[in-house]
Design a protein around this ligand. Structure first.
Ligand code: ZN
Length: 592
């Protein structure tokens, strides 16, 4: 393994030799050729279509879609490495347009298949085999919400300059934000990622200043950002509720996730019931920090003075060893991502903030974007994103339609990977202060991933009702304040600038109701990890089966096969019980 001491930059060469290569141009042309070829088959789609012919057509659709995904990834990754690069912006816009065109040219297949009588569809599903079953069944599941071909074409085209463009605009505006912070008498200009490092500073006044600066900048654009949000929400309602006939805004995401509405309602209700668990934690944390009451600025405050830093090579080694301790296969897959030069870890102005993993298509080695700054947190993020990468590679046997895990399961490998790193640190870190910090970080992380996200989802449920009823930005802000009050119930002092927190959350813009998948995933993994500790080796094949399945079956079914029943409140409470145990441990150790 190569030991790069400083964060590296990725190479996009594995995708057609990069977005500026002649091969990439050829791939764009190839897309048109294949789409045209598929068009020619249109007349063959008639009752009694031979099973064999159907399978051939399915394969052509698959090849086209596969290529489209790779092209999209090349343009998308290029944009995210420098969102201010005009060439990358233009290419991404062009590829989006192309993607919409191709979707339109091939829509007839989907529409025809959706329209078939049940018996005929079942005959063809049988013919296509297990590999395509869930994809084909899912297509038909959207039948009640599908419009005519002409209408679907208009929606696709309009989305590129509509909801999708609004989301890009939001990204473009917020990616260029610069934050200024005075630290130790020096004024620094920072990206959001760099600024938020100070939200975890050991000095209370620095944490406060960081949050104030974050929301000062966002609130400066509040009228614009709120308006973008209002339009996205209205668009969601117009398309999905008015035109397609969904009963509620969240039902759209549930349908996309193939989760029954009742499962998500139970998840959110159980999360709400467990808010006092975290309030208890915040009271403990206040005592540990020697404060009367925790302020919202202090939620992620360190509990020890230890300002441990890990250089990049060290982080890579730790993640590798943590994965290997679980299973060598897990570690080997993660190592492949580094070996291919698919990791962009350095912090640069204009580069997308945060972190993500992008698996372009089945059989490709994923790309991982990080903003690595050496904190323990950055090491967990590395483990997290590599967990995604492992998941993507494990599911690589499925066609492009079903190799991606659906959202509720998308965080399974990533969160599991983070827990592997925690166990590794608890075992190998010599400094007791650091180990104690690791346990507190676990609680902080559970808060950030479960309760915080569940309350974002509750907020979205509200805004998606309020905005169509004409709510103003100030009314949304007031609703967010009520949300915070319920979540913290006085255990934490929340100052006014947090009323604008919601306009700083990209997910509620780009992917409405995505956030509950985090709570889902984390609680699920807590339950899985508990089983791993209880069962050891016997558990591993069950986890690998869940990951290898990708998105080839409904989440509830896929988990039921391995013995997890997500329809019950008990299942979700089980996740919170693991958190309660951790809290009791911390309370006992802290003499509370
Ligand atoms: Zn993730």
């Amino acid at each position: 393994m190569d030991t790069t001491p400083t964060p590296e930059r990725w190479s996009l060469e594995d995708l057609f030799g990069g977005p500026q290569s002649p091969e990439f141009k050829k791939a764009l042309e190839e897309l048109d050729r294949r789409a045209a070829k598929l068009q020619e088959l249109r007349d063959e789609l008639k009752p009694g279509l031979p099973a064999e012919r159907f399978l051939q057509i399915v394969r052509q659709v698959e090849e086209l879609s596969d290529l489209m995904h790779r092209v999209y990834a090349a343009a998308g990754l290029w944009f995210y490495e420098d969102t201010q690069n005009p060439e990358a912006q233009a290419l991404l816009a062009r590829v989006r347009q192309k993607s919409a065109e191709i979707e339109n040219q091939t829509l007839f297949f989907e529409l025809w298949f959706k329209d078939l009588p049940d018996e005929e569809a079942e005959r063809l599903i049988q013919a296509a085999g297990e590999r395509y079953r869930y994809w084909l069944e899912q297509m038909r599941a959207w039948k009640p919400y599908t419009l005519s071909e002409g209408e679907e074409k208009i929606v696709n085209l309009k989305n590129t300059t509509g909801r999708s463009a609004l989301d890009t605009l939001y990204d473009t505006i917020t990616s260029r934000y610069q934050f200024t912070l005075e630290v130790d008498g020096e004024t620094k200009t920072l990206t959001r990622g760099e600024l938020m490092v100070y939200a975890r500073d050991s000095r209370p006044e620095v944490r406060e200043a960081a949050f104030r600066e974050l929301y000062r900048v966002y609130a400066g654009d509040a009228p614009v950002l709120a308006q973008i949000y209002q339009n996205i929400v209205s668009d969601w309602k117009n398309e999905y509720l008015e035109v397609r006939g969904f009963k509620s805004a969240i039902a759209v995401r549930n349908k996309m996730n193939d989760l029954p509405d009742a499962v998500v309602e139970t998840l959110l209700a159980v999360s709400r019931q467990n808010a006092p668990l975290f309030q208890r934690y915040f009271r403990l944390k206040a005592r540990v920090l020697g404060m009367e009451r925790l302020r919202r600025y202090d939620i992620y405050a360190p509990v020890t003075e230890a300002e441990k830093r890990y250089d990049y090579a060290e982080a890579r080694r730790m993640v590798d060893e943590a994965f290997a301790a679980f299973d060598p296969r897990f570690a080997e897959l993660a190592a492949r991502v580094f070996e291919r030069g698919h990791v962009d870890a350095e912090v640069r102005q204009g580069k997308s903030g945060g972190a993500f993993c992008w698996t372009p298509a089945p059989g490709t080695v994923p790309w991982v974007l990080l903003n690595y700054q050496g904190r323990p947190d950055d090491v967990s993020t590395m483990a997290h994103e590599l967990g995604h990468a492992v998941h993507g590679m494990l599911a690589g046997e499925h066609p492009v339609f079903t190799f991606h895990a659906p959202m509720p399961l998308a965080e399974t490998a990533s969160t599991f990977a983070e827990m592997l790193l925690v166990d590794y640190l608890l075992e190998n870190e010599p400094d007791a202060g650091v180990r104690r910090q690791v346990l507190f970080d676990q609680m902080d992380g559970n808060y950030a991933t479960i309760l915080r996200q569940a309350y974002f989802a509750l907020f979205e449920i509200e805004t998606h009702k309020m905005i169509p009823a004409g709510a103003t930005a100030d009314e949304l802000k007031a609703a967010y304040r009520r949300n915070l009050e319920e979540q913290f119930a006085g255990a934490v002092e929340v100052s006014d600038e947090f009323d604008w927190e919601w306009i700083s959350i990209p997910h509620i813009y780009g992917t409405p109701f995505y956030v509950y998948a985090y709570a889902f995933g984390q609680l699920l993994v807590l339950a899985l990890y508990k089983r791993y500790r209880e069962e050891g080796e016997a558990f591993k094949p069950r986890l690998f089966r869940i990951l290898e399945a990708g998105g080839s079956a409904a989440p509830a079914e896929l988990l039921a096969r391995e013995g997890f029943d997500i329809t019950t409140a008990d299942f979700w409470q089980g996740g919170f019980d693991v958190i309660a145990e951790l809290l009791e441990k911390l309370e006992a150790e802290s003499g509370a």
